[in-house]
Design a protein around this ligand. Structure first.
Ligand SMILES: *Cc1c(COP(=O)(O)O)cnc(C)c1O
Length: 380
């Protein structure tokens, strides 16, 4: 058995979430965001599956992620959101860079002309994210100059919401308004471009922002950016680990560093082979829960680097046969009626589901399932 948790990827749930996007957006093409190793789910595997599901394009953060996908045989367009463009990689791997300023555009155009090429690019407009891009209110003339460059061809224009996951949509509306103003200003110069702005939150709640293409990430993986418990999305990732040992200990036994938990009855304490070095937040100490044999077991004491203790005293059915199973403890996922979501772990750890997925997803040990029962249970 390899070190670390087993990350299980459910294809049926991925398909369900992808179809959900299709239902919400109609015929609008879907660009799947697979940066950060597809939010910890494995970019090559997820992109391969999504290509079969007729995704329009992909995007990643950095050039190296795009190269990895091409070398694995991914054929659809790949947008590189953040890295400065690299002319050699663009040409050898057919990548689509996203340009963030006039200088990057000028340099790329010059290099591309030298090779006798015209490279397709998208540009990004900062309408209120305050991160990267041409400022929507200031840089319209710069964009006109970019459009005139001979070595590049602008085929897409994007912007990114900074708080589309709030119920109060005031700022999102302002951002969309700014984006549409730029589009109007630049028409017909950028007339044939794909204008795109919608992350998962906007796909789910802001149809006016769907425009020419949508760019969901999180919802593909089954998490709701609004953290709603009744969302129809299905979590793609299940994370399992192993109970290494079950110990019978008397009342008054302190557990783990700092002795923050002391048993108040004769107890069965399970020792799990997983800790904060596996991306399991230490903040779950004395707060989180795991699933053992379809039942909830609370985490007791501090989470260690490689070990976590859970109280198994009230768990039934802990036969030797059960305990011999290789991955007999679920830390993220569902069994029977019990479910532990990324949002739950994120709440304890004072973070967001995105960080839980990318942290636990770093495990090298991944496998695939295709259990559609979970999917049909929710859709029917
Ligand atoms: C990560 C990212 C997305 C996807 O956001 P989700 O909230 O995961 O849907 C879309 N666009 C850009 C520019 C991003 O960086």
């Amino acid at each position: 058995m390899q070190r670390g948790p087993l990350v299980e990827i459910n294809i049926a749930c991925l398909k369900h979430n992808f179809d959900t996007i299709g239902r919400l957006t109609g015929k609008v093409p879907v660009l799947a965001v697979v940066k950060a190793d597809a939010y910890g789910h494995g970019a090559v595997r997820i992109a391969t599956l999504l290509e079969e599901m007729k995704v329009h394009a992909f995007s990643v953060a950095f050039n190296s992620e795009a190269v990895e996908l091409r070398e694995a045989g991914i054929k659809k367009p790949i947008l590189v959101f953040f890295d400065p463009p690299d002319i050699d990689e663009i040409l050898s791997y057919d990548l689509t860079p996203v340009l963030v300023n006039e200088r990057a555009a000028g340099e790329l155009s010059a290099l591309s002309l030298k090779r006798g090429k015209r490279v397709k690019v998208h540009v990004t407009i900062d309408t209120g994210m305050g991160r990267l891009g041409f400022l929507s209110l200031r840089d319209v003339n710069a964009l006109r100059e970019v459009a005139a460059l001979k070595g590049i061809q602008v085929t897409g224009v994007m912007s990114h919401f900074s708080e589309a996951d709030l119920l109060d949509r005031t700022f999102a509306e302002l951002q969309l308004k700014r984006f549409l103003e730029v589009r109007k200003e630049l028409f017909p110069l950028f007339g044939g471009c794909l204008w795109h702005m919608s992350n998962s939150a906007a796909v789910l709640s802001y149809p006016d922002a769907h425009l020419d293409m949508v760019r969901p990430g999180l919802m593909l993986y089954g998490c709701d950016p609004f953290k709603r418990k009744n969302s129809s999305l299905l979590p793609v990732m299940t994370v399992r680990c192993k109970i290494l040992e079950v110990r019978k200990v008397p009342t008054g036994t302190s557990v783990s560093y700092g002795r923050t938990f002391v048993t108040r009855r004769d107890s069965l304490i399970g020792v799990i082979g997983l800790g904060y070095s596996d991306g399991y937040p230490r903040a779950l100490s004395n707060k989180g829960r795991v699933i053992v044999n379809g039942q909830v077991a609370p985490i007791v004491g501090r989470i260690c680097m490689d070990l976590t203790m859970v109280d198994l005293t009230d768990i039934t059915g802990l036969t030797n046969e059960y305990l011999w199973r290789p991955y007999n403890c679920i830390i993220l996922g569902k069994e029977g009626d019990v479910e532990i979501t990324a949002d739950e772990l994120a709440a304890y750890a004072d973070t967001i589901s995105y960080e839980i997925l990318t942290s636990l997803g770093r495990s090298k040990h991944k496998c695939v399932t295709n259990v559609s029962s979970a999917a049909s249970a929710v859709t029917s």
